[in-house]
Design a protein around this ligand. Structure first.
Ligand SMILES: [Zn+2]
Length: 96
């Protein structure tokens, strides 16, 4: 079996060299993962961006709620329209 050594990997994102240690190599191998292509900084940034993306999903949800609010408003508006039409009908009957 080939002895493992710390590897130097060039970050795909920022071009910085970083060390892929033997311990990390073992960890990645255990998990069945491919060697990293980004340094820890860029990985952290990527994670941040992904968190932002999931925050956007929350915002989409609140937009959905706004839509529900709008539909509720529309429903109330329809109810008012019916009342208005009934009122007109009542007035027309009085004239007769
Ligand atoms: Zn990087």
């Amino acid at each position: 079996m080939q002895e493992k050594r710390d590897e130097i990997i060039v970050c795909r994102n920022c071009g910085k060299e970083f060390t892929f240690t033997v311990g990390e190599q073992n960890f990645y191998e255990e998990k069945g993962l491919k060697p990293p292509v980004r340094c820890k900084e860029c990985k952290a940034k990527r994670k941040e961006q992904q968190t932002e993306q999931s925050n956007n999903i929350v915002q989409v949800k609140s937009a959905e709620e706004k839509k529900n609010d709008f539909e509720e408003m529309l429903e109330r508006f329809r109810a008012n329209t019916i009342l208005f039409e009934e009122e007109i009908e009542r007035r027309n009957k009085k004239r007769k």
